[in-house]
Write a protein that binds this ligand. Structure first.
Ligand code: ATP
Ligand code: MG
Length: 300
């Protein structure tokens, strides 16, 4: 296995909650690759890009140490690694390029359901089981609460019942796992999303240019995801009122309809979707044939 350092190296999670969305994003910006053969490295077939498929915990370090040029990682893992390195006096530089629209979750302290919890002070000198001791310590220290930790990389949610800790601090999305383990959410200490980061080391002009191109494409891909192409027929007399109802429509395209002088066709790219309520209001104004369509790509 050889690594060509002239190719842009991107670290993504091999398998897990960020894996599919990370790959989807890279494909959406035109990078072709296959990860089917379960190797550590996947070479892109159309761009000077190599993907490194690793455990998510390794991604911040790979980027901070300049082993990879880019990485996609949860802010929770990135921030924990930064705090850890800072505490040890090690370098933890990186550039944040873009907060992404996936991987949303919160890091929360949870305690036994039967505990009478009134606030952070109730956890003074408690022992907390977590994968994220630095983030937890930072938040609670700001509240004047001192903690000790039981470090666990997995199965954190059983720690309280197993008598290892007084509470846990773990990632939550719905809270179902907490409930199933007899826990309740006590404090939300950090909200996280996936983020795209770049090494702080200077890159070659070619690599930097490629990153800049990808960033423009990412903006386009994210914008396209939220935007809709809206088409409808509207009575000429009500055109102003119809346009006013369309979200963010500056200058719609107005087209004549064959054999109908009173009605026009209206096309507009809207930065957000059209709600049923708005569609119904449009209909009340006399609009018809209202179509809302997804947009695949966009370049402004
Ligand atoms: P790996 O094997 O790569 O170390 P992992 O088990 O540490 O994987 P995952 O469970 O795949 O990690 O989660 C990866 C990231 O996904 C988390 O760090 C977090 O940023 C994000 N995430 C989003 N929703 C959730 C959730 N409900 N629970 C846990 N993580 C979530
Ligand atoms: Mg991990």
């Amino acid at each position: 296995m050889t690594i060509d350092s002239s190719r842009l190296r991107i670290a993504i999670q091999k398998g897990g909650r960020l894996s599919d969305e990370s790959k989807k994003l890279l494909k959406a910006i035109g990078i072709k690759f296959s990860t089917r053969d379960r190797k550590l490295i996947a070479h892109s077939t159309n761009e000077a890009v190599d993907l490194l498929l690793v455990r998510d915990d390794d991604i911040p370090g790979l980027v901070m140490d300049g082993v990879c040029d880019l990485g996609i990682i949860g802010q929770n893992v990135l921030e924990e690694e930064s705090l850890e390195r800072e505490a040890k006096g090690n370098a933890f530089d990186y550039k944040e390029l873009k907060v992404l629209d996936f991987g949303g979750c919160r890091l929360s302290i949870a305690v036994a359901e039967e505990m009478d919890y009134n606030g952070p002070q109730d956890l003074q000198n408690a022992r907390i089981a977590t994968t994220y001791p630095r983030l937890t310590e930072k938040y609670m220290a700001e509240k004047g609460v001192n903690l000790s930790f039981c470090l666990l990389k997995g199965s954190v949610e059983v720690a309280t019942r197993a008598g290892l800790a007084d509470g846990i601090c773990d990632l939550v999305s719905t809270g179902a796992t907490l409930e199933a383990n007899g826990l309740k959410e006590a404090e939300v200490i950090y909200r996280s999303k996936a983020v795209l980061i770049q090494t702080a080391s200077e890159l070659s002009a070619e690599k930097q240019a490629l990153i800049d191109t990808f960033m423009t494409r990412i903006e386009g891909a994210l914008q396209a995801k939220e935007s809709k192409y809206i088409m409808l027929h509207a009575p000429k007399a009500k055109l102003d009122q119809v346009v006013e109802l369309l979200p963010g429509s500056g200058t719609p395209t107005v087209l004549p309809l064959a054999g109908n002088d009173d009605t026009v066709a209206l096309h507009v790219v809207s930065p957000e979707t059209l709600f049923w309520e708005t569609m119904e209001e449009l209909k009340t104004l006399g609009a018809s044939s209202i179509l809302v369509m997804p947009i695949e790509k966009m370049l402004n």
